[in-house]
Structures are given as structure tokens and as C-alpha cells.
Design a protein around this ligand. Structure first.
Ligand SMILES: O=C(O)CCC(=O)C(=O)O
Ligand SMILES: [Fe+2]
Length: 356
């Protein structure tokens, strides 16, 4: 799958790869301090400022149009990319906070799978364990006085040996393997909701245990998908991928082509730190357009846009550029410091798909 795509010399030379390199974060080392190399952002489309001037004057830049549809907010499209739509500031700050909390607490819970499954088996309550400073420990049998949440996974023998324990109750007598929950949280890269995607087989595996997409997320996805839906049809959310990005993380150029009906959109929700999104063409040779993605923005990719390479070469984690002040205030008011700490240097993307 694209998350493990091989980088060949040829793929290094494509227009898409050039754009990725242009926007990717590089550091200059000045007096042992890592300083991000300056990047030219003059060609990055900014749909938030387009929205502001559209509200003021009704004007739009060349190549951008407003989709005439029955939606309560302006929906923009790009003339050069039919089937691609952008809804700036589609989610309120309260909604953003809600989905950030869900993405960190309920979405990575088994039977939903995460990138940690392959090594540790199903991991329960990762966010809580990180908050409580716990450690995931591999051991055959737990000492009797240790408070632990046992991971029972009948399908994975290894998984039975990994358990969260409190740091002060953990002494590594048998030189067992361990990893802190906070390190695991930083390394959380994806979780899958609804029908589970099997990255190794590059397909949905309906035989894997799964829960339906949560009702509230279903309703949101249906509402957001409406502007890009074929006339008279309703979107059926069946699967979602939640991507977690930390400092320096990127998502390489790829296609999402495992769903049956490409006339149905992928509904893509951005949360947390600002990012750059690259939307290429049907081949990697075509120069991609770059745009900012901010917390609360929603993108739709349907029809021809489903055949376009896309990726996220950069997220902005330096405080001057994250553009998450409203989120920070909301989490501070709610006294949710653990969510605040996480999101100040992270981005979350929830993309929802109809599979069949
Ligand atoms: O993070 C994003 O905005 C895009 C994610 C994406 O393209 C994917 O998961 O397939
Ligand atoms: Fe994608």
C-alpha cells in the first residue's frame, strides 16, 4: 500500500515527488538548534482567505468556482480538478474538539485496528494509559500485585503478553521488553473504523471483526458528502481511516482505489495543526496543486478526482503556524490539558468512505 511505497530513482524524479520535496520539512542545524528551512508558500491555495474575500465581495480567483448546491456553507471547486470540493471551516470549534477526543480515545479501541496491532496485538485505552504514565510490558505472567488491563486477543498469541502497568508498580526483573504509553501514542499513525482495511493485502477484509461506523460520524459524513453525491443518491459510510501526524510526519502520494464505486466521494476531515495537501493528476508526472488544510476544513474527492494522486508533505507544528488558537482556548476552558498537549503538535485526518 502507499504507506510502504518503494521509492525508486524514477519515482524520485516525478512532478509529484518534486512538489513533495519542495514542501517537506528540512532542518538547518544552527548551533545544534534545529531550524526549519524556509519554504516558499506563495503558490499554496488558501481556501480560508478565498472564503473571506468571497464573503466580502463575491469574487473568486481564477480557477476556483462556487458549487451551486443546497448546503449551508460555500463549497468551492477547482476548474482543473473535476470532482474535488473544498468546504473551508465546515466544522465548529466544538465539533472539532469532539472529533479530536473521539479520534484519540474511542476510535483506536479494539476491534478497530491501529498500526500498533502488528507488534503488540490489540491495545486498549492507549490515550488513558499515556495520561496515567503507564508502560506497556511484555511478560508471560503478571506479578499478582500489578494493576493491569489485560489484552485478550484470541487470534494473536503474542498479544496476550503485552499489558499496561503503572510505572511505580513496574520493575523489570526479567529484563522484559517495555515501551511507554506516551511513546506509543506519539507513534500512533492510523486507526481504521468500520470495515477494516488490510494494508498487507491492500483490500478491505470483511472477515475481520469490526464495529459499524459510529452513528454520529455517519450522520456528519452523509451531510458533508451531499454536495458531491450523484443526484438523488445517499452516501453510505462503511469504513474510515484516521491518520495521526506528528512533527515531521508526512503521507506520500497515493491513490485510494480499493472502493467499488468512485462516483461516491471520500469525505476527508482535517483536525489540529495546519498542513499542506497536494492534489496531483492521474499520473505522478502531472504537477500537483498545493493547498492549506486547517482544523475544521472538509474536502470531498469524487468522480475524476478519485483518480488523482494526492498526499500530505507537511504539517506545521511550530506555534506561529499551527493556526489552532480557537481549539487551544476550547480545550483549556474544558480543562482538557491532555488533548491540548497532543493537538498542539499534531494533526488528525478522518477520511470516510463508502466501500461497496
Ligand atoms: O491526511 C489527509 O488529509 C489525507 C489522507 C488520505 O489521503 C488518506 O488517508 O488516504
Ligand atoms: Fe488518500
Amino acid at each position: 500500500m502507499y504507506r510502504t511505497d518503494h521509492v525508486t530513482e524514477e519515482s524520485e524524479r516525478t512532478a509529484f515527488r518534486k512538489a513533495e520535496k519542495k514542501y517537506k520539512i528540512y532542518y538547518d542545524n544552527a548551533k545544534k538548534k534545529k531550524i526549519p528551512r524556509p519554504v516558499d508558500l506563495s503558490e499554496v491555495i488558501d481556501f480560508r482567505s478565498i472564503l473571506e474575500s468571497f464573503k466580502r465581495s463575491g469574487d473568486l480567483p481564477d480557477g476556483v468556482f462556487e458549487l451551486k448546491c443546497d448546503f449551508n456553507l460555500p463549497v468551492f471547486g477547482l476548474v482543473s480538478r473535476p470532482g474535488f470540493y473544498f468546504i473551508p471551516a465546515a466544522l465548529s470549534v466544538e465539533e472539532q474538539c469532539h472529533w479530536i477526543r473521539e479520534s484519540l480515545t474511542t476510535f483506536p479501541q479494539p476491534p478497530n485496528r491501529t498500526n500498533h496491532n502488528a507488534i503488540y496485538g490489540p491495545v486498549q485505552d492507549l490515550f488513558l494509559a499515556a495520561k496515567e504514565g503507564k508502560v506497556l510490558v511484555e511478560e508471560d505472567k503478571l506479578p499478582e500485585n500489578v494493576d493491569s488491563e489485560v489484552n485478550l486477543d484470541q487470534s494473536n498469541v503474542n498479544a496476550r503478553h503485552w499489558n499496561f502497568v503503572k510505572l511505580n508498580e513496574y520493575c523489570c526483573r526479567d529484563a522484559c521488553k517495555s515501551v511507554s504509553a506516551s511513546a506509543l501514542l506519539r507513534k500512533l499513525r492510523w486507526s481504521t473504523l468500520g470495515l477494516q482495511f488490510d494494508w498487507s493485502k491492500r483490500s478491505y477484509n470483511v472477515a475481520l471483526p469490526h464495529k459499524m461506523i459510529p452513528e454520529k460520524l455517519c450522520m456528519l459524513a452523509k451531510r458533508m458528502a451531499a454536495p458531491a453525491m450523484p443526484c438523488g443518491e445517499e452516501f453510505h459510510p462503511e469504513a474510515a481511516i484516521v491518520n495521526y501526524f506528528g512533527l515531521g510526519d508526512m503521507l506520500g502520494g497515493h491513490l485510494d482505489d480499493m472502493e467499488k464505486d468512485w462516483s461516491k466521494p471520500i469525505v476527508s476531515i482535517s483536525l489540529g495543526c495546519k498542513a499542506i495537501f497536494l492534489l496531483g493528476g492521474k499520473s505522478r508526472e502531472q504537477t500537483p496543486v498545493a493547498m492549506f488544510l486547517r482544523s475544521g476544513d472538509v474536502m470531498l474527492m469524487a468522480g475524476e478526482a478519485r483518480e488523482c494522486f494526492h498526499g500530505v508533505p507537511r504539517i506545521f507544528t511550530d506555534p506561529e503556524n499551527t493556526e489552532i488558537t480557537p481549539l487551544e482556548s476550547q480545550f483549556s476552558d474544558e480543562d482538557h490539558t491532555s488533548f491540548l498537549d497532543y493537538i498542539q503538535t499534531s494533526r488528525i485526518n478522518i477520511n470516510i468512505r463508502q466501500v461497496f
